[in-house]
Write a protein that binds this ligand. Sequence first.
Ligand code: NG1
Ligand code: ZN
Length: 551
Amino acid sequence: VEQRAALLAAASVFPLPDGARFSYGTAGFRAEGSTMAPAVCRAGIVAALRSLKLGGASVGLVITASHNPVGDNGVKIVDADGGMMSQAWEPFSDALANAPSPEALVELVLQFAKDEGITLGGGPSAQVLLARDTRPTGEYLLDAAVKGINAIIGATALDMGILTTPQLHWMVRSKNKSLKASEEDYFTQVTESFRHLLELVPDDKYGDELNKKLIVDGANGIGGLKLEEIKTKLTGLHIHVKNSGKEGEGILNESCGADFVQKEKVLPLGFGPEDIDVRCASFDGDADRLVYFRITSPGNTTIDLVDGDKILSLFVLFIREQLDAINGKDNQENKVLPTRFGVVQTAYANGASTEFLKNLGLEVAFTSTGVKYLHKKALEYDIGIYFEANGHGTVLFSDEFISRLESLTTKLSSIATGSAQHQAALRLLATSQLINQAVGDALSGMLLVEAVLQHKRWSFQNWCDLYTDLPSKQLKVKVKDRTSIVTTDAERRVCQPSGLQELIDTEVANYCHGRCFVRPSGTEDVVRVYAEASTMEACDILAKSVAQHVE
Ligand code: NG1
Ligand code: ZN
């Protein structure tokens, strides 16, 4: 009775406006910020229930709309392992967000709790960690989330403040592993492991002066602010933050940030001729995406772009080098540290990157678009690495592999301290500490890039030259019902409507290095068409002709 009243009260504070329709989608609920309170309050209820279901383990709730305009906002739930909320809970989240009345909401919650075997009004207490980005609607929506969480009796809301999305994922994961989990702990882990990696750079430490200089586009969001807080601790790097998010710098994500840079392939606001030839990194608004770029000539706004695929390729080379040093390159039989090393990409990965990785003899797996799919697949390996072309990705190390690596380093430190093998093992351990194990993280990802470039003594140009991206083109097609297109084989082939794939195959056959696929977007009401070919002109024509078959 008490539980019913608490839910009714919370739901009545934030009634659903007429015509509102929320869908959890690829990245949680998103809409105009001022209309989000009902969905956020209800997401608070879901998060508290999720924690109850997991025996009181901490879960997270982030209020952010990532790279979207400053007026938008959104909410997503972080599962107890630090990853995205279990997909099995998405239908309930959708239903709850769209419950037409407080009474309907109460019935949904009670029924769901019953189905899931969740005891309400007692049992283990639930805990939800909250964070928000710098959006002006953040504080108001935080209050809505807290009201939702508190509507589940025994649940506590813990406000962690304004954070990057990956910081909150890291905290939830750490907390449930009984590791240090404060923001200060995050900063210490990141700066210490980075320093450690630089100490392990062979010979002539830290490379030349020019290579230490880095300009970061913070998208006027939270990532730039956090980087400003720790940059003095990052010895071995001279970081200058632009679009830092400080008062008067500019508007969140407006003509800046990783999404803008990767999609438009032009320099972000605030950058100009003074930045020519300097290595630049770009975060998105909540700092879970990272791309790099370089300005090559004055008066020209186009840039040399290094996207998620090339960041992945750099990391792959570095990890492979360490594994070879540990195992002995030619020793195929008796490896000191047998390692299942896997790479995960989506259909949007540039074909040149996939070919590059396969030529290295690596296992490349494909999943559907969306971090939740990539992450899950990467967990199947001892070391699993995934990146979306847009710059979201990370490197995952299994617990079992870390234990083996730790035993190895302990053994080597007594018999072969300082050997190439020992150093390589230490580098892998430091890498596992630096790169976020819960989710893609622009800040820690950037520090790993910097450490690897110094390790390899590579300029930005060396990195660009790894392979040449194939020209590609993306189109959006408006259709009556995008769900009428059903795909298979990690979204690379269409199985419905019948006949469409054959039409695509016929078009593709006309082009050198031609590749094309179509899929319904998970975040917008459109069908996306992606085409790749040896020239930009060919891509344009291929994409257009396939789009016509879709319409
Ligand atoms: P959809 O709208 O399903 O294509 C987009 C991105 C994904 C991912 C999600 C979540 C592309 C082509 N798609 O998904 O990579 O980032 O948003 O934000 O970039
Ligand atoms: Zn983001």
